[in-house]
Design a protein around this ligand. Structure first.
Ligand code: ADP
Ligand code: 5GP
Length: 205
């Protein structure tokens, strides 16, 4: 008998800073129900428009390290001199309720998730070119030149890890990129080991 899964699916979206991950995921969430975006913790200072509990849970380094000690994170990593981590709590609840969960995290964290939860689907977002990545990082206007340079250099290393992901989406136009991510999520739903309609069909046959 073919078994189907009722648990939600975990998706990880990564890509170099400034490639457009957050832009794509925010647009995706407007279009799709039944998908929950995990809010990470960070020791980075909030950007002018960011809100605590909406964009991140902002913590001091001491608070973050206390959380590490208390085993509060599914994964955490240091990126550009700050801590970032995925809170364990609530992810399992959402998945058990059959809701899909999306994590927008950098590469080191994604690779930890791959070890812990190999059933996860990994999507890598690429900028159309390094020149455009630099333009987007500068255009966002959220980091100093020194921090932009650091993130930009790190991007070369990150892009080397692309073959560890299941899918890659080039973010040329936001609309195109969102459509591709949606198509990836939809095809995942049609996999024989995931499709829920199969259960209904088998029971009615
Ligand atoms: P990330 O979350 O990967 O760090 P953001 O979503 O913050 O990146 O996007 C970085 C900057 O690039 C933002 O100013 C955003 O508006 C812009 N941006 C995102 N996608 C595109 C795109 N397809 N074309 C042009 N600009 C984009
Ligand atoms: P930013 O400072 O631009 O918000 O984020 C920097 C990087 O950290 C981005 O690549 C972002 O996706 C990543 N990030 C955000 N939250 C987490 C997290 O919980 N864990 C890890 N490993 N990376 C994260």
């Amino acid at each position: 008998m073919i078994k189907t899964k009722k648990r939600g699916q975990l998706y990880v979206v990564s890509g170099p800073s400034g490639c457009g991950k957050d832009t794509i995921v925010q647009e995706l969430l407007k279009r799709k129900d039944n998908i929950w975006l995990s809010i990470s913790c960070t020791s980075r200072l909030p950007r002018p428009k960011e809100k605590n509990g909406v964009d991140y849970f902002f913590k001091t380094v001491e608070e973050f390290e206390e959380d590490i000690k208390n085993d509060e994170f599914l994964e955490y990593a240091k990126f550009a001199d700050n801590y970032y981590g995925t809170p364990k709590k609530s992810i399992d609840n959402h998945l058990n309720n059959g809701e899909d969960v999306i994590l927008v995290i950098e590469i080191q964290g994604a690779l930890k998730i791959k070890e812990l939860l190999p059933d996860t689907l990994f999507i890598f977002i690429l900028p159309p070119s390094m020149k455009e990545l630099k333009r987007r990082l500068e255009g966002r206007g959220t980091e100093t030149k020194e921090k932009i340079d650091k993130r930009f250099l790190r991007a070369y290393e990150e892009i080397n890890e692309v073959n560890k992901y299941n899918y890659v989406v080039v973010n040329d136009e936001v609309k195109n990129a969102v459509e591709k991510v949606e198509a990836i999520l939809l095809s995942e739903k049609c996999r024989v080991d995931r499709i829920e309609e199969l259960d209904v069909f088998l029971q009615s046959s």
